[in-house]
Design a protein around this ligand. Structure first.
Ligand code: PLP
Length: 395
């Protein structure tokens, strides 16, 4: 059996048509496969590699940490330097009330931890989330996922979950004194990059405050400069009670987190003690990588350059088959009439060495979310390929 056949036979499959590229090297915005073919990466591992693949400072930090120590003990017992330093750097860049960070292994686990924290802190059980939201694939996170197609096969799920319409003032009336928390994305990424109005976000914040409900903003995909500001919620002038982080948080290594005020977070320390447990959460090597990537992001002015890059993509991507472009920084959805067109574009781009994708709840939209470090000439090349492919599409 060749490597591809071994992959299909022994690595559990979740898709009938995996990309199955055999990548041997990744650097900046370029991936190279075993046959030497190069791919320009327009999806950054789904908004993970914000500072590019294998940034030398991230690689160096990982190597140093591996030399010092790897796993020591379960989460929260040891003073692990990379974890402590990263928590300090993150909280310095978050609003003052988000001053305590619980590190997990993934975004979904951040969602799970935040759910437990909100239930425990408020002594309430109801959880509100929005239609077409995505917060992860574990059972709690799946329970609040905003699409019945994806949830249905796995019932029974969590009880007392209420799904409301995103960006609807009317729906906010359903949030009341029984609601423990509301989960919301600052931009609904998997719906095909849909941002709410500023008034709605403000009204959501106010309604949560008024009813003693914790507002949990999911910045797992939108954080770390993806939308043109360090955090998506900055654009709405609001502060959540809990923020969820993941993806780019680890600089290419697996890491998630939920951050809140220590006054909220401390309920996890008592009754029961060890209110949330993880063996590997906040792994020192992942924290070292994440911290190095975060420093690169902050010190190299990468986020400031995002709006210019978004504008360049929008200016270049003009074609009769493009129905709409929705962009929040370098989280962009190029909308076509249907999935069939999108699939031809994705496949055609791949043949020409351009890696793109679709969205979970928006199969007719092409995902463009490259490393934030993508160069101007790479953007021009990517746009040229997309336009060439579009010219050959059978609509
Ligand atoms: N929340 C959002 C907005 C996401 O986009 C994702 C992943 O795509 C998650 C949560 C779950 O993160 P993970 O896949 O690390 O569990």
């Amino acid at each position: 059996m060749n490597k591809r056949e071994l992959f299909l036979r022994h690595v559990a499959q979740t898709s009938p048509a995996p990309l199955a590229l055999d990548i041997v090297k990744a650097k900046g915005s370029i991936l190279r496969d075993a046959a030497g073919k190069k791919y320009l990466d327009l999806i950054a591992g789904i908004s993970v590699c914000n500072v590019g693949h294998c940034h030398p400072k991230v690689v160096k930090a990982v190597k140093k940490q591996v030399d010092d120590y790897m796993h020591l003990l379960v989460y929260g017992e040891m003073v692990e330097t990379p974890q402590v330093q990263y928590a300090k750097w993150l909280t310095d860049q978050l609003p003052g009330s988000l001053n305590s960070v619980y590190f997990t292994n993934s975004g979904a686990e951040a969602t799970e931890g935040a759910m437990k924290l909100a239930k425990r802190f408020t002594n309430r059980t109801r959880i509100v989330a929005f239609n077409k939201s995505y917060h992860g694939s574990t059972q709690g996170a799946l329970s609040i996922m905003g699409d019945e197609y994806w949830r249905n096969a796995f019932r029974p799920l969590l009880p007392d979950v209420l799904h409301l319409e995103y960006d609807s003032m009317e729906s906010l009336q359903e949030i009341d004194a029984h609601t423990a928390c509301v989960f919301a994305e600052t931009v609904q990424a998997e719906r095909g990059v849909v941002a709410p109005s500023a008034q709605w976000m403000k009204a959501l914040r106010d309604k949560c405050t008024e009813t003693g409900t914790l507002l949990i903003l999911d910045e797992i995909q939108t954080g770390f400069g993806r939308t043109g500001t360090l955090w998506g919620f900055e654009q709405f002038n609001i502060v959540p009670d809990i923020v969820l982080l993941g993806k780019a948080l680890g600089g290419g290594m697996p890491l998630g987190a939920f951050a809140a005020d220590q006054k909220i977070m401390q309920v996890l320390t008592e009754n029961p003690v060890l209110g949330h447990i993880t063996t590997f959460g906040g792994h020192p090597v992942c924290c070292a990588a994440g911290l190095a990537a975060f420093k690169v992001l902050l010190k190299e002015g990468i986020v400031d350059k995002v709006p210019g890059k978004t504008a360049l993509f929008k200016e270049l991507l003009q074609h009769p088959l493009i129905k709409a472009i929705r962009a929040n920084g370098l989280l962009m959805a190029i909308e076509f009439e249907n999935f069939e067109i999108n699939k031809q574009v994705i496949d055609g781009c791949l043949r020409r060495g351009l890696l793109t994708d679709w969205f979970l709840f928006a199969p007719g939209c092409l995902r463009i979310a490259p490393p934030l470090t993508i160069a101007e000439k790479e953007i021009k090349k990517a746009a040229r390929i997309i336009l060439e492919v579009l010219d050959s599409v059978q609509a």
